[in-house]
Design a protein around this ligand. Structure first.
Ligand SMILES: Nc1ncnc2c1ncn2[C@@H]1O[C@H](COP(=O)(O)OP(=O)(O)OP(=O)(O)O)[C@@H](O)[C@H]1O
Ligand SMILES: [Mg+2]
Length: 468
């Protein structure tokens, strides 16, 4: 793995010789960025103007003492690593400083390498802490199969496939319309692989301008362009030993496509402005809502890159093509949002459920999730969520006719009521088509006119309708 980003260090000491020796050593031998201050006050000025990872300060200073500088530094950067230099007679106050947040102290006289080792140890500890926190939040959440919902055959097949291929190192291309769960599946692959204890680093190739994207992906060396004050590693290096998720891969420019192809073939690249090849061990998972194959045919996407990416294709079906998953997903999201808001578990009314089952879902699962979140927020103290709690575009769905899948909830249905819904809907639609003419409507339904009128009466439709 390449060099980590260069940390910034501030050295505060009124003794010029010691201060400069420390600064020179840390900069020249260890490659850190080092700034110096000759007093506590000067140090504070610096702290306000620049971002620092590490503060090394003498305890005894003419004005503000080392502890005061550290306290103010911690107020600005809670994560700053504070190292206090103590001389004869200040050890006790150094112990005090540690109690109030210093990482450690070092007693004069010391060798420069000692301070350098202390820094490395502190940085390593910080890295582990960050990594742990990161992994905890990522793992706790989801990406375990239990929280990816789908009983339909296509989803079951996908889960099976994910389980099988997760453990390999093969490149995966996840495709599907917006909101079908591409990112969720990408993360499930990572967290079910042997790389699960390492990071999955995500980048959206569609959201970043081309020039920036290159340095985001591959990093840059100091001075590579105006503003490149430090060498910085990119996402590929950050993902070393883990996985990288390249989202919206179809938006990558032709020149970056070439560079990515090289990473796929050789697992190496150069940082922007750099000359040395950097080698990484990274599992690549790409996703797109565009049709890459079409793009290849139109010469908008390199075919060699396409085939390198498409080693394992996973296509997520649109929600309207697996409507049988809608009830389960709905339940899942109701539970999620009721728990989020500390509400008693709500249920979806039959009418509302039918709307959900028949709607076209251009925004797929994300849209369903948003609709449920909204309905949970609107339902108030009621326990039953009604059609009127759903967004208006969903309310406009024709709920009863031509149900592609009839949904039977666990608690069962009332057969007679359901049938009467269907009857009512058939009658209303035929009347609509006949412009309200009962004779024609009856003909459309292959019923006698009198039978139709009887049904209209029984269903209480006569009063509601303006029919002749
Ligand atoms: N099978 C599923 N079970 C539960 N939740 C899901 C499922 N699929 C998707 N989701 C949820 O739906 C939302 C959208 O999923 P995701 O971000 O993975 O979609 P996407 O395909 O990456 O969309 P886009 O193309 O717009 O980026 C997320 O909140 C995700 O947790
Ligand atoms: Mg996405």
């Amino acid at each position: 793995m390449g060099m980590p980003g260069r940390e910034n260090i501030l050295v505060v000491d009124d003794e010029i010789e010691l201060r400069e020796a420390i600064a020179a050593y840390l900069n020249q031998e260890e490659g850190y960025e080092v700034q110096q201050a000759s007093s506590g006050e000067e140090g504070l000025e610096s702290l306000k103007k620049n971002v620092f990872d590490i503060l090394i300060t003498d305890m005894k200073l003419p004005g503000l003492d080392g502890n005061a500088v550290l306290q103010q530094a911690l107020a600005i950067y809670p994560e700053i690593i504070g190292i206090i230099i103590t001389g004869y007679g200040t050890v006790e106050s150094a112990v005090q400083a540690m109690k109030s947040g210093a990482y450690d102290y070092i007693a004069k006289p010391f060798q420069l390498i000692e301070i350098s080792l202390l820094i490395k140890q502190a940085l390593e500890r910080r890295r582990l802490k960050e990594e742990n926190a990161y992994l905890k939040t990522q793992l706790k959440e989801k990406y375990r199969f239990e929280s990816i919902i789908g009983n339909s055959q296509p989803m079951q097949d996908i889960f099976q496939l994910v389980e099988t291929i997760a453990v390999t190192n093969s490149t995966v291309l996840v495709t599907g319309e917006t909101g079908t769960g591409k990112e969720l599946i990408a993360k499930a692959i990572h967290f079910n692989s042997q790389r699960k204890d390492q990071k999955i680093v995500s980048i959206n190739c569609g959201a970043i301008p081309e020039t920036l994207l290159e340095s985001e992906l591959f990093g840059h060396v100091k001075g590579a362009f105006t503003g490149a004050h430090h060498t910085r590693i990119g996402k590929f290096e950050q993902a070393h030993r883990g996985s990288i998720f390249l989202d919206e891969i179809g938006n990558m420019s032709p020149s970056l496509q070439v560079k990515l192809l090289r990473v796929l073939q050789e697992r190496e690249f150069e940082r922007v402005g750099g000359t040395e090849p950097v080698k990484v061990d990274v599992r690549i998972i790409a996703a797109t809502s565009a049709n890459l194959k079409d793009m290849v045919e139109r010469n908008e996407f390199r075919s060699d890159l396409y085939y390198r990416l498409n080693v394992i294709p996973i296509h997520l079906p649109s929600l309207k093509d697996r409507r049988e998953d809608i009830p389960l997903l709905t339940k899942h999201f109701i539970k999620k949002y009721c728990q989020n808001s500390n509400l008693e578990l709500k249920t979806m009314s039959q009418d509302a459920m039918k709307l959900l089952m028949n709607y076209n879902w251009p925004g797929n699962i994300r849209q369903l999730e948003n609709a449920i979140e909204r309905a949970v927020a609107l339902v108030g103290t009621r326990n039953l969520m009604l059609s009127s709690d759903l967004p208006s575009e969903i309310q406009k769905t024709n709920a009863n006719l031509f149900l592609s899948e009839i949904y039977i909830p666990d608690e069962g249905v009332n057969f007679k009521i359901e049938i009467s819904h269907v009857e009512k809907e058939l009658i209303l639609q035929s009347l609509k088509k006949s412009g309200g003419n009962k004779k024609q409507a009856a003909k459309l339904l292959n019923l006698k006119r009198t039978t139709l009128i009887e049904k209209l009466k029984r269903l209480n439709l006569l009063d509601q309708l303006n029919v002749d």
